[in-house]
Write a protein that binds this ligand. Structure first.
Ligand SMILES: Cc1ncc(COP(=O)(O)O)c(C=O)c1O
Length: 399
Protein backbone atom coordinates (compact mmCIF):
# COMPACT_ATOMS: atom_id res chain seq x y z
CA UNK A 1 0.00 0.00 0.00
CA UNK A 2 1.10 3.58 -0.58
CA UNK A 3 1.54 6.11 2.22
CA UNK A 4 1.92 9.87 2.23
CA UNK A 5 5.48 11.20 2.54
CA UNK A 6 4.80 12.59 6.05
CA UNK A 7 5.14 9.03 7.38
CA UNK A 8 8.67 8.84 5.94
CA UNK A 9 9.63 12.35 7.09
CA UNK A 10 8.66 11.49 10.65
CA UNK A 11 9.79 7.84 10.64
CA UNK A 12 13.15 8.44 12.35
CA UNK A 13 11.97 11.21 14.64
CA UNK A 14 9.88 9.20 17.05
CA UNK A 15 11.16 6.58 19.43
CA UNK A 16 14.85 6.80 18.35
CA UNK A 17 15.32 9.94 20.47
CA UNK A 18 13.89 8.13 23.50
CA UNK A 19 15.94 4.91 23.18
CA UNK A 20 17.62 5.30 26.62
CA UNK A 21 14.29 6.09 28.26
CA UNK A 22 12.66 3.06 26.60
CA UNK A 23 15.57 0.79 27.67
CA UNK A 24 15.30 2.17 31.22
CA UNK A 25 11.57 1.40 31.35
CA UNK A 26 12.27 -2.15 30.12
CA UNK A 27 14.88 -2.57 32.90
CA UNK A 28 12.38 -1.31 35.49
CA UNK A 29 9.83 -3.83 34.17
CA UNK A 30 12.45 -6.57 34.78
CA UNK A 31 12.81 -5.35 38.37
CA UNK A 32 16.05 -3.35 38.00
CA UNK A 33 15.88 -0.30 40.36
CA UNK A 34 16.73 2.38 37.77
CA UNK A 35 16.75 6.04 38.84
CA UNK A 36 14.87 7.65 35.98
CA UNK A 37 15.89 11.22 35.09
CA UNK A 38 14.75 11.21 31.47
CA UNK A 39 11.39 12.86 30.80
CA UNK A 40 10.15 16.19 32.16
CA UNK A 41 7.07 15.25 34.07
CA UNK A 42 6.21 17.43 37.11
CA UNK A 43 6.64 15.38 40.28
CA UNK A 44 3.82 17.00 42.21
CA UNK A 45 0.06 16.72 41.72
CA UNK A 46 -2.16 19.46 40.34
CA UNK A 47 -3.86 21.61 42.99
CA UNK A 48 -6.91 19.76 44.46
CA UNK A 49 -9.11 22.77 43.62
CA UNK A 50 -8.37 22.25 39.92
CA UNK A 51 -9.23 18.56 40.09
CA UNK A 52 -12.45 19.43 41.93
CA UNK A 53 -13.35 22.02 39.29
CA UNK A 54 -12.81 19.49 36.52
CA UNK A 55 -15.05 16.93 38.24
CA UNK A 56 -17.67 19.58 39.06
CA UNK A 57 -17.75 20.68 35.42
CA UNK A 58 -18.10 17.10 34.16
CA UNK A 59 -20.93 16.39 36.60
CA UNK A 60 -22.61 19.66 35.61
CA UNK A 61 -22.85 18.40 32.04
CA UNK A 62 -19.84 20.24 30.58
CA UNK A 63 -19.22 17.21 28.37
CA UNK A 64 -20.68 18.43 25.09
CA UNK A 65 -18.96 19.70 21.93
CA UNK A 66 -17.03 22.94 22.21
CA UNK A 67 -16.00 25.31 19.40
CA UNK A 68 -12.74 25.85 17.51
CA UNK A 69 -11.49 28.89 19.41
CA UNK A 70 -12.15 27.66 22.93
CA UNK A 71 -14.83 27.93 25.60
CA UNK A 72 -15.66 31.60 26.38
CA UNK A 73 -14.56 31.34 30.03
CA UNK A 74 -11.07 30.03 29.26
CA UNK A 75 -10.58 32.44 26.36
CA UNK A 76 -11.57 35.29 28.72
CA UNK A 77 -9.13 34.01 31.35
CA UNK A 78 -6.35 33.87 28.77
CA UNK A 79 -7.16 37.40 27.58
CA UNK A 80 -6.76 38.46 31.22
CA UNK A 81 -3.40 36.69 31.47
CA UNK A 82 -1.98 38.17 28.26
CA UNK A 83 -3.47 41.64 28.82
CA UNK A 84 -1.23 41.92 31.86
CA UNK A 85 1.62 41.53 29.37
CA UNK A 86 0.21 43.53 26.42
CA UNK A 87 -2.76 45.88 26.82
CA UNK A 88 -4.29 45.40 23.34
CA UNK A 89 -5.00 41.65 23.62
CA UNK A 90 -8.60 40.52 22.98
CA UNK A 91 -10.29 37.15 22.51
CA UNK A 92 -9.48 37.45 18.79
CA UNK A 93 -5.81 36.93 19.69
CA UNK A 94 -6.38 33.57 21.42
CA UNK A 95 -7.00 29.99 20.24
CA UNK A 96 -7.16 26.97 22.55
CA UNK A 97 -5.47 23.64 21.81
CA UNK A 98 -4.93 20.38 23.66
CA UNK A 99 -1.42 21.31 24.85
CA UNK A 100 1.55 23.25 23.55
CA UNK A 101 2.54 20.36 21.31
CA UNK A 102 -0.71 20.48 19.30
CA UNK A 103 -0.61 24.28 19.27
CA UNK A 104 2.90 24.15 17.81
CA UNK A 105 1.83 21.60 15.21
CA UNK A 106 -1.16 23.68 14.09
CA UNK A 107 0.78 26.97 14.15
CA UNK A 108 3.55 25.52 11.98
CA UNK A 109 0.99 24.04 9.59
CA UNK A 110 -0.50 27.51 9.19
CA UNK A 111 2.86 29.26 8.60
CA UNK A 112 5.13 27.00 6.51
CA UNK A 113 5.14 24.30 3.88
CA UNK A 114 7.45 22.48 1.47
CA UNK A 115 10.37 24.67 0.47
CA UNK A 116 10.16 26.93 3.54
CA UNK A 117 12.75 27.07 6.33
CA UNK A 118 12.27 27.31 10.10
CA UNK A 119 15.21 28.56 12.19
CA UNK A 120 15.64 26.85 15.54
CA UNK A 121 18.29 27.23 18.23
CA UNK A 122 20.35 24.02 18.57
CA UNK A 123 20.04 22.34 21.15
CA UNK A 124 16.25 22.22 20.72
CA UNK A 125 13.29 20.40 22.27
CA UNK A 126 13.17 16.91 20.80
CA UNK A 127 9.80 17.20 19.02
CA UNK A 128 10.53 20.41 17.07
CA UNK A 129 12.21 18.54 14.24
CA UNK A 130 9.07 16.46 13.70
CA UNK A 131 6.69 19.41 14.02
CA UNK A 132 8.60 21.23 11.28
CA UNK A 133 9.14 18.15 9.09
CA UNK A 134 5.44 17.30 9.22
CA UNK A 135 4.65 20.51 7.31
CA UNK A 136 7.21 19.66 4.60
CA UNK A 137 9.40 22.64 5.62
CA UNK A 138 13.04 22.14 6.63
CA UNK A 139 14.68 23.00 9.93
CA UNK A 140 17.72 25.29 9.99
CA UNK A 141 19.59 24.82 13.29
CA UNK A 142 21.28 27.90 14.76
CA UNK A 143 23.99 27.13 17.35
CA UNK A 144 23.25 28.09 20.97
CA UNK A 145 26.61 28.57 22.60
CA UNK A 146 27.52 27.85 26.24
CA UNK A 147 29.63 31.04 26.35
CA UNK A 148 26.37 32.98 25.78
CA UNK A 149 24.47 30.94 28.36
CA UNK A 150 22.81 29.04 25.45
CA UNK A 151 20.77 32.18 24.63
CA UNK A 152 20.17 32.68 20.90
CA UNK A 153 22.40 35.47 19.56
CA UNK A 154 20.99 37.79 16.90
CA UNK A 155 24.20 37.59 14.83
CA UNK A 156 24.07 33.77 14.76
CA UNK A 157 20.45 33.96 13.69
CA UNK A 158 21.21 36.51 10.96
CA UNK A 159 24.05 34.31 9.64
CA UNK A 160 21.72 31.29 9.29
CA UNK A 161 18.90 33.08 7.41
CA UNK A 162 18.32 32.02 3.79
CA UNK A 163 15.80 33.26 1.22
CA UNK A 164 13.61 30.27 2.24
CA UNK A 165 13.48 31.24 5.94
CA UNK A 166 9.96 32.08 7.16
CA UNK A 167 9.87 31.42 10.92
CA UNK A 168 12.11 31.59 13.97
CA UNK A 169 11.04 29.10 16.62
CA UNK A 170 12.14 30.26 20.08
CA UNK A 171 11.81 28.48 23.40
CA UNK A 172 12.23 30.40 26.64
CA UNK A 173 12.79 29.11 29.29
CA UNK A 174 14.60 26.61 27.14
CA UNK A 175 14.46 22.84 27.09
CA UNK A 176 17.04 21.29 27.46
CA UNK A 177 19.46 24.06 28.57
CA UNK A 178 17.26 26.13 30.92
CA UNK A 179 18.34 29.38 29.21
CA UNK A 180 15.98 32.35 29.60
CA UNK A 181 15.96 35.08 26.95
CA UNK A 182 16.21 38.67 28.18
CA UNK A 183 14.20 41.61 26.88
CA UNK A 184 17.39 42.83 25.19
CA UNK A 185 17.93 39.42 23.50
CA UNK A 186 14.38 39.55 22.19
CA UNK A 187 14.77 43.13 20.94
CA UNK A 188 17.89 42.25 18.89
CA UNK A 189 16.43 38.95 17.64
CA UNK A 190 13.23 40.85 16.81
CA UNK A 191 15.16 43.41 14.77
CA UNK A 192 16.61 40.62 12.61
CA UNK A 193 13.13 39.10 12.20
CA UNK A 194 11.63 42.42 11.16
CA UNK A 195 14.42 43.00 8.65
CA UNK A 196 13.84 39.59 7.05
CA UNK A 197 10.07 39.55 7.58
CA UNK A 198 10.09 36.38 9.70
CA UNK A 199 7.42 35.08 12.02
CA UNK A 200 8.50 34.49 15.63
CA UNK A 201 6.90 31.54 17.39
CA UNK A 202 7.84 31.34 21.06
CA UNK A 203 7.26 28.17 23.09
CA UNK A 204 6.69 29.50 26.62
CA UNK A 205 5.58 26.32 28.34
CA UNK A 206 8.11 26.89 31.18
CA UNK A 207 7.12 30.56 31.70
CA UNK A 208 6.25 29.95 35.37
CA UNK A 209 9.44 28.01 36.09
CA UNK A 210 12.13 30.72 36.09
CA UNK A 211 14.59 30.77 38.99
CA UNK A 212 15.04 34.50 39.51
CA UNK A 213 15.37 36.44 36.30
CA UNK A 214 12.31 38.22 34.81
CA UNK A 215 10.37 36.49 32.01
CA UNK A 216 10.51 38.20 28.60
CA UNK A 217 8.59 37.33 25.45
CA UNK A 218 8.45 38.56 21.86
CA UNK A 219 4.65 38.54 22.27
CA UNK A 220 4.98 41.37 24.80
CA UNK A 221 7.10 43.58 22.54
CA UNK A 222 4.75 46.02 20.70
CA UNK A 223 7.23 46.28 17.80
CA UNK A 224 6.80 42.55 17.19
CA UNK A 225 3.02 42.34 17.70
CA UNK A 226 2.29 41.63 14.01
CA UNK A 227 4.71 38.67 13.85
CA UNK A 228 4.91 37.15 17.37
CA UNK A 229 2.98 34.06 18.44
CA UNK A 230 3.21 32.59 21.95
CA UNK A 231 2.29 28.96 22.64
CA UNK A 232 1.89 27.51 26.10
CA UNK A 233 -0.19 25.30 28.38
CA UNK A 234 -0.96 24.33 31.97
CA UNK A 235 1.19 21.18 31.62
CA UNK A 236 4.20 22.53 33.52
CA UNK A 237 2.85 25.62 35.31
CA UNK A 238 0.09 23.64 37.03
CA UNK A 239 1.69 20.18 36.97
CA UNK A 240 -1.12 19.01 34.70
CA UNK A 241 0.38 17.50 31.50
CA UNK A 242 -2.24 14.76 31.23
CA UNK A 243 -5.06 17.29 30.94
CA UNK A 244 -3.72 18.35 27.53
CA UNK A 245 -4.72 21.98 27.81
CA UNK A 246 -2.85 24.71 25.99
CA UNK A 247 -3.25 27.63 23.63
CA UNK A 248 -1.72 29.94 21.04
CA UNK A 249 -1.76 33.74 21.33
CA UNK A 250 -0.98 35.74 18.22
CA UNK A 251 -2.06 38.48 15.79
CA UNK A 252 -5.77 38.66 14.99
CA UNK A 253 -5.44 37.79 11.29
CA UNK A 254 -3.16 34.88 12.12
CA UNK A 255 -5.71 33.53 14.61
CA UNK A 256 -8.60 33.85 12.19
CA UNK A 257 -6.61 31.98 9.53
CA UNK A 258 -5.60 29.34 12.05
CA UNK A 259 -9.16 28.86 13.32
CA UNK A 260 -10.37 26.71 10.37
CA UNK A 261 -7.18 24.64 10.65
CA UNK A 262 -7.91 24.07 14.32
CA UNK A 263 -11.59 23.31 13.64
CA UNK A 264 -10.59 20.79 11.00
CA UNK A 265 -8.15 19.06 13.38
CA UNK A 266 -10.04 19.17 16.65
CA UNK A 267 -13.50 20.63 16.67
CA UNK A 268 -12.78 22.13 20.07
CA UNK A 269 -11.24 21.26 23.41
CA UNK A 270 -13.22 19.50 26.18
CA UNK A 271 -15.43 22.00 28.08
CA UNK A 272 -14.66 20.42 31.51
CA UNK A 273 -10.93 20.78 30.83
CA UNK A 274 -11.58 24.35 29.66
CA UNK A 275 -13.35 25.21 32.94
CA UNK A 276 -10.46 23.81 34.95
CA UNK A 277 -7.99 25.72 32.77
CA UNK A 278 -9.96 28.96 33.20
CA UNK A 279 -9.60 28.55 36.94
CA UNK A 280 -5.89 27.67 36.64
CA UNK A 281 -5.10 30.72 34.54
CA UNK A 282 -7.13 33.28 36.47
CA UNK A 283 -6.26 32.43 40.09
CA UNK A 284 -2.95 32.12 41.93
CA UNK A 285 -1.83 28.58 42.81
CA UNK A 286 1.22 27.47 44.73
CA UNK A 287 2.14 24.66 42.33
CA UNK A 288 4.66 26.60 40.27
CA UNK A 289 6.16 28.26 43.39
CA UNK A 290 6.81 24.81 44.88
CA UNK A 291 8.29 23.49 41.63
CA UNK A 292 10.51 26.56 41.20
CA UNK A 293 11.93 26.06 44.67
CA UNK A 294 12.42 22.32 44.10
CA UNK A 295 14.06 22.58 40.68
CA UNK A 296 16.39 25.44 41.52
CA UNK A 297 17.53 23.65 44.71
CA UNK A 298 18.02 20.34 42.88
CA UNK A 299 19.93 21.97 40.01
CA UNK A 300 22.26 23.58 42.55
CA UNK A 301 22.65 20.18 44.28
CA UNK A 302 23.75 18.56 41.00
CA UNK A 303 26.24 21.40 40.45
CA UNK A 304 27.72 20.86 43.94
CA UNK A 305 28.02 17.07 43.53
CA UNK A 306 29.53 17.25 40.05
CA UNK A 307 31.75 20.08 41.25
CA UNK A 308 33.68 22.80 39.48
CA UNK A 309 36.85 20.81 38.96
CA UNK A 310 35.62 17.32 38.08
CA UNK A 311 35.45 15.94 34.55
CA UNK A 312 31.72 16.71 34.31
CA UNK A 313 30.71 20.29 33.60
CA UNK A 314 27.16 21.16 34.71
CA UNK A 315 25.46 24.33 33.43
CA UNK A 316 23.23 25.82 36.12
CA UNK A 317 19.85 26.45 34.38
CA UNK A 318 17.95 29.76 34.63
CA UNK A 319 14.59 27.99 34.43
CA UNK A 320 12.68 24.86 33.38
CA UNK A 321 13.00 21.39 34.90
CA UNK A 322 16.32 20.15 33.57
CA UNK A 323 20.06 20.62 33.87
CA UNK A 324 22.54 19.83 31.08
CA UNK A 325 26.05 18.55 31.74
CA UNK A 326 29.04 18.48 29.36
CA UNK A 327 30.64 15.02 29.54
CA UNK A 328 33.32 15.48 26.85
CA UNK A 329 36.24 15.33 29.32
CA UNK A 330 35.37 11.67 29.95
CA UNK A 331 36.18 10.85 26.30
CA UNK A 332 32.58 9.71 25.78
CA UNK A 333 29.85 11.40 23.76
CA UNK A 334 26.61 12.28 25.56
CA UNK A 335 24.94 9.21 24.02
CA UNK A 336 27.79 6.87 25.06
CA UNK A 337 27.82 8.33 28.57
CA UNK A 338 24.01 7.96 28.91
CA UNK A 339 24.05 4.34 27.69
CA UNK A 340 26.98 3.37 29.95
CA UNK A 341 25.41 5.17 32.92
CA UNK A 342 22.19 3.23 32.47
CA UNK A 343 23.83 -0.18 32.00
CA UNK A 344 26.58 0.17 34.63
CA UNK A 345 25.03 2.47 37.23
CA UNK A 346 21.25 2.11 36.71
CA UNK A 347 20.69 5.82 36.15
CA UNK A 348 18.72 6.97 33.09
CA UNK A 349 19.38 10.41 31.58
CA UNK A 350 18.71 11.77 28.08
CA UNK A 351 21.62 11.83 25.64
CA UNK A 352 22.22 15.32 24.28
CA UNK A 353 22.07 13.98 20.72
CA UNK A 354 18.27 13.77 21.10
CA UNK A 355 18.31 17.58 21.20
CA UNK A 356 20.55 18.43 18.24
CA UNK A 357 24.11 18.38 16.95
CA UNK A 358 25.28 21.08 19.38
CA UNK A 359 24.27 18.85 22.27
CA UNK A 360 26.32 15.78 21.21
CA UNK A 361 28.61 16.15 24.24
CA UNK A 362 25.81 16.85 26.70
CA UNK A 363 23.46 14.80 28.80
CA UNK A 364 20.16 16.18 30.10
CA UNK A 365 19.10 15.40 33.65
CA UNK A 366 15.48 15.82 34.71
CA UNK A 367 15.12 17.52 38.11
CA UNK A 368 11.77 15.91 38.80
CA UNK A 369 12.86 13.34 41.41
CA UNK A 370 13.35 13.75 45.17
CA UNK A 371 16.62 15.31 46.34
CA UNK A 372 17.97 12.12 47.94
CA UNK A 373 17.48 10.08 44.75
CA UNK A 374 18.98 12.85 42.63
CA UNK A 375 21.97 13.01 44.98
CA UNK A 376 22.60 9.27 44.56
CA UNK A 377 22.17 9.55 40.78
CA UNK A 378 24.57 12.52 40.51
CA UNK A 379 27.17 10.68 42.66
CA UNK A 380 26.96 7.71 40.29
CA UNK A 381 27.51 10.07 37.33
CA UNK A 382 30.57 11.52 39.06
CA UNK A 383 31.83 7.95 39.75
CA UNK A 384 31.40 6.92 36.11
CA UNK A 385 33.19 10.07 34.94
CA UNK A 386 36.12 9.45 37.33
CA UNK A 387 36.34 5.81 36.21
CA UNK A 388 36.43 6.86 32.56
CA UNK A 389 39.08 9.50 33.14
CA UNK A 390 41.21 7.00 35.09
CA UNK A 391 40.82 4.44 32.26
CA UNK A 392 41.81 7.09 29.71
CA UNK A 393 44.92 8.03 31.76
CA UNK A 394 45.88 4.35 32.13
CA UNK A 395 45.62 3.89 28.35
CA UNK A 396 47.81 6.96 27.81
CA UNK A 397 50.47 5.58 30.19
CA UNK A 398 50.35 2.18 28.50
CA UNK A 399 50.84 3.64 25.02
C1 LIG B 1 9.82 22.90 25.33
C2 LIG B 1 8.56 22.10 25.40
N1 LIG B 1 7.53 22.45 24.62
C3 LIG B 1 6.38 21.75 24.65
C4 LIG B 1 6.21 20.66 25.47
C5 LIG B 1 4.91 19.92 25.46
O1 LIG B 1 4.02 20.63 26.24
P1 LIG B 1 2.48 20.27 26.34
O2 LIG B 1 2.31 19.26 27.42
O3 LIG B 1 1.82 21.56 26.69
O4 LIG B 1 2.05 19.77 25.00
C6 LIG B 1 7.26 20.26 26.31
C7 LIG B 1 7.13 19.07 27.18
O5 LIG B 1 8.05 18.56 27.76
C8 LIG B 1 8.47 21.00 26.27
O6 LIG B 1 9.50 20.67 27.05
Amino acid sequence: MRYASITERLADLGSGKWAVHIEARAMVARGVPVIELTIGEPDIAPDPALLAECIRAMQAGRTRYSNGRGEPAVVKALVGKYRKRRADVTERNILCFPGTQTALFAVMLALVEQGDGVLVGDPYYATYEGVIASTGAHMTPVPLRPEHGFRLQAQDLAAAITPQSRVVLLNSPHNPTGAVLTEADIATIGEVCRKHDLWIVCDEVYEELIFGKPFASPFDNPDLAERAIAVSSISKSHAAPGFRSGWAAGPEEFCSRLLPVSETMLFGVQPFIADMTAMAVSQPFETSTIMRANYTRRAALVCVILGDNGPLRPFMPEGGMFIVVDVSATGLSGAEFATTLLRDKQVAVMPGSSFGVQAENLIRISLTVADDKLEIAASRMADLAEERVAAKDKQLWAS
